[in-house]
Design a protein around this ligand. Structure first.
Ligand code: FAD
Length: 693
């Protein structure tokens, strides 16, 4: 029987939209559909101008609310002004937009495509989903996908009965469709079986009985029995569960006894270059709350501009890979070559990030994000490889609708990874194929250039905080994957601030190396006209790109003494003046020699000075308010630019709120109009953000 066929197109920047699109593709078969899947950049593989199958778009957002790089060409194509208003009147589509409310222009990548498709006459067959990475994509993605199947079913149904039905439509004739529809019915009843009432395990029911016989009410009980990753409390522990359908497995993994020992680094495909780290300096005092480290890399012929970033490849922790191998009973096979094949009849694709014939250790180290919080579908699949009935029940609870709050608290928000689950559920022993099906691609981490090549030819500098996650009941203390690894990796050359620079002391020992790839920014650059004034807001490591800007400006001023340079303002903040004032000497030099017209600094944790200044500014936004007149004048009168870099969660929002206040007060307008003015600044690329969480 031919299945109803639809097309999935994704535009992905860092792999999330792609992996969601792939998940939809995989699930399609379970629901009686066949899906073709393509990246939007592969324009020769699809043709929307004549596409009559339903199309599902999954689109992420990047930069300042832009569609991902892989979708840029497509967006240019559909934005062509000569296209008639009914150009896509034949097209039926659904769109899932991904974004992060911590950033400006939430989901704008998807919104841009959605609104243009609408303008060109395309029709929604299912409401657009807007998923927020800030609160967890799956909160929207999971129910959106769940609802998609019914919507597709209805669409095929109406297409099949419409006069316009075309044999190409779905590879299915009307008969096929009805056959298929009965397949759907079968699925429905399967689903109903899947959404079965899962009985309490014997132990759980005994617990429940003992407790009720003591006549303790549920509220009291919850305070006695505390829920954790490993155990639930009533009501959940006594509840019937709605669990997701078991994802169909699609990979077969074989381990060949060919030794691949010695394969320790990724190949340089995908544009990565292996470069030496020539200097590493700790920028903070040992007793600072966070440790900031600056690195200098020898990049010889890699070009960049201040404002650009670089992607760094980092491996998973060797100790975690070892533990995983041991736990899966695969320790002795770690050097075997891995062969991955699709299971017979599977319509899915082998994940591109898993190389053929790579060693098992290599794949677990460099290709799979083993630290990622397992999605509900993965937890569901793990339950089926768990022998102990209480453990299995708990895993099913965690992926169920009823256990959603527990999943959020004990898995997602606790940043529990696969290894944490395997520690908590000792009888769970999943096959390797399951890990390959569910673990996402290990993503590189981006770092903003904190230098200008005019000042440091052939070099780039980065600065980063070593991210620290304290121990919790669900997992031991650990450092961020990349920042923890980098800190260890450079420990042999790391020097405290103010001592002889590492490269001068290196002697003959080989410098540590790292794989990097330039990640140019489309907009986050100094204005082309140097006379334009700029306001920079960059507390903590957010100061990184501004060090690059100012180094560049310093050199340009030296080279063009006659030229006019606009005012430069930098709002910097840290906790303590004497512990974590990053780049203090360099910033003071810029202020001293006029490169920086105004260096405005605040310290959030220092005691008030002897004069006991009341209401002293604590954070950058307070200083912005104190200089509101100047900021407003630069932005509104002098056509200047505002740059904000650093923490997306709090700082960027607070700065944005302050900006609205400043503009509202200056122009004597209400908040809505102030928002419009700020949106205008964004549009003109005079309010730019480079923020991360
Ligand atoms: P990860 O291991 O990836 O952890 C980071 C996040 O994962 C946390 O914020 C948290 O949400 C979650 N997480 C994982 N495990 C836990 C846990 N156990 N408990 C709680 N939360 C957990 N950073 C800089 O320092 N300097 C820069 O110049 C810089 N520039 C950037 C430029 C761009 C364009 C972008 C996109 C990001 C930039 N970043 C920068 C951020 C940087 O890429 C990394 O995200 C950051 O360094 C953390 O990486 P990590 O691998 O150490 O942490």
């Amino acid at each position: 029987m031919l299945a109803a066929r639809f097309l999935i197109l994704y535009g992905s920047q860092r792999g999330q939209a792609q992996s969601i699109a792939e998940e939809i593709c995989q699930q399609a078969a379970e629901h009686g559909f066949t899906a073709d899947i393509n990246c939007l950049s592969n324009q020769h593989k699809y043709n929307l101008d004549s596409e009559i199958r339903p199309v599902v778009f999954v689109i992420s957002t990047t930069g300042d609310g832009d569609p991902p790089d892989t979708a840029q060409k497509f967006v240019r194509k559909i934005k062509n002004k000569s296209l008639p208003h009914n150009h896509f009147s034949h097209l039926h589509y659904a769109l899932l937009a991904l974004g992060d409310t911590n950033y400006a222009n939430f989901c704008n990548g998807g919104k841009t495509i959605d609104s243009r498709l609408q303008q060109l006459g395309a029709k929604h067959f299912y409401a657009t989903g807007h998923a927020d990475d800030g609160t967890g994509l799956e909160v929207v993605v999971d129910p959106w996908i769940e609802g998609l199947w019914d919507a597709l079913k209805k669409t095929f149904s109406s297409m099949a009965t419409s006069d316009q039905q075309d044999t190409d439509l779905s590879d299915c004739t009307q008969d096929d469709f009805h056959k298929n529809a009965s397949g759907q019915e079968k699925y429905k009843s399967d689903l109903e079986v899947d959404l079965h009432l899962l009985k309490l395990s014997e132990t759980d029911s005994q617990k429940g009985k003992a407790i009720t016989s003591d006549s303790i009410d549920v509220e009291t009980l919850s305070t006695v029995l505390v829920a954790s990753l490993k155990q639930s409390v009533p009501l959940l522990s006594e509840s019937a569960l709605n669990v997701p359908a078991l994802p169909a497995s699609y990979l077969e993994v074989r381990l060949e006894q060919v030794s691949t020992e010695g394969e320790t680094v990724p190949s340089d495909k995908d544009g990565y270059h292996e470069v030496s780290i020539s200097k590493a300096v700790q920028l903070t005092q040992d007793d600072a709350v966070k440790t900031a480290i600056s690195l200098e890399l020898d990049i010889s012929n890699l070009a960049y501009q201040p404002g650009d970033a670089f992607d760094i490849l980092c491996p998973n922790r060797a100790s975690e890979v070892e533990e995983l191998l041991l736990r899966l009973d695969l320790q002795t096979q770690k050097n075997c070559a891995v062969q991955v094949n699709l299971l017979k009849n599977s319509t899915a694709k082998i994940p591109l990030h898993i190389p053929q014939n790579g060693s098992l250790q290599f794949i677990l180290t460099w290709c799979l994000e083993i630290r990622s919080a397992p999605k509900k579908a993965f937890v569901r699949a793990l339950a089926d490889f768990t022998q102990n009935s209480s453990e299995k029940r708990r895993l099913l609870e965690l992926c169920s609708k009823e256990g959603s709050a527990d999943y959020n608290s004990f898995v997602r928000d606790a940043n529990v990874c696969l290894l944490d689950l395997l520690r908590a559920f000792p009888s769970c022993l999943p096959p390797l194929s399951l890990l390959f099906e569910h673990l996402p691609k290990l993503q590189p981490r981006a770092y903003s250039a904190a230098s200008s090549s005019l000042q440091h030819p052939g070099k780039v500098h980065f600065v980063f905080n070593v991210v620290e996650f304290p121990a919790r009941p669900e997992h031991p203390a650990r450092t961020g994957l990349c920042t923890g690894w980098l800190a260890d990796h450079v420990s042999s050359i790391l020097r405290p601030l103010g001592t002889v620079l590492a490269s001068e002391r290196l002697g003959t020992s080989a410098p540590p190396k790292v794989h990097v790839r330039p990640r140019p920014s489309g907009t986050f650059h100094l204005p082309a006209d140097p006379s334009v004034p700029v306001v920079m807001v960059g507390p903590g490591t957010g100061v990184a790109p501004f060090i690059g800007f100012l180094q560049q400006r310093e050199k340009e001023r030296e080279a063009n003494q006659e030229a006019t340079f606009g005012e430069t303002w930098l709002f910097f903040g840290c906790r303590h003046k004497d512990k974590d004032f990053l780049f203090r000497e360099e910033l003071e030099r810029f202020a001293h020699n006029g490169t920086l017209s105004h260096l405005i600094v605040c310290f959030s944790r220092d005691e008030p000075d002897a004069a006991g200044t009341v209401n002293r500014p604590t954070y950058v936004q307070h200083n912005l308010s104190l200089h509101a007149k100047n900021v407003a004048s630069i932005l509104l009168k002098d056509k200047g630019s505002l740059y904000v870099c650093g923490d997306a969660k709090n700082m960027a929002k607070d700065v944005n709120d302050t900006l609205l206040e400043i503009i509202g007060n200056e122009l004597q307008i209400d908040k809505l109009d102030a928002m419009k003015t700020v949106a205008g600044l964004r549009e003109e690329k005079r309010y730019l953000q480079d923020i991360w969480s």
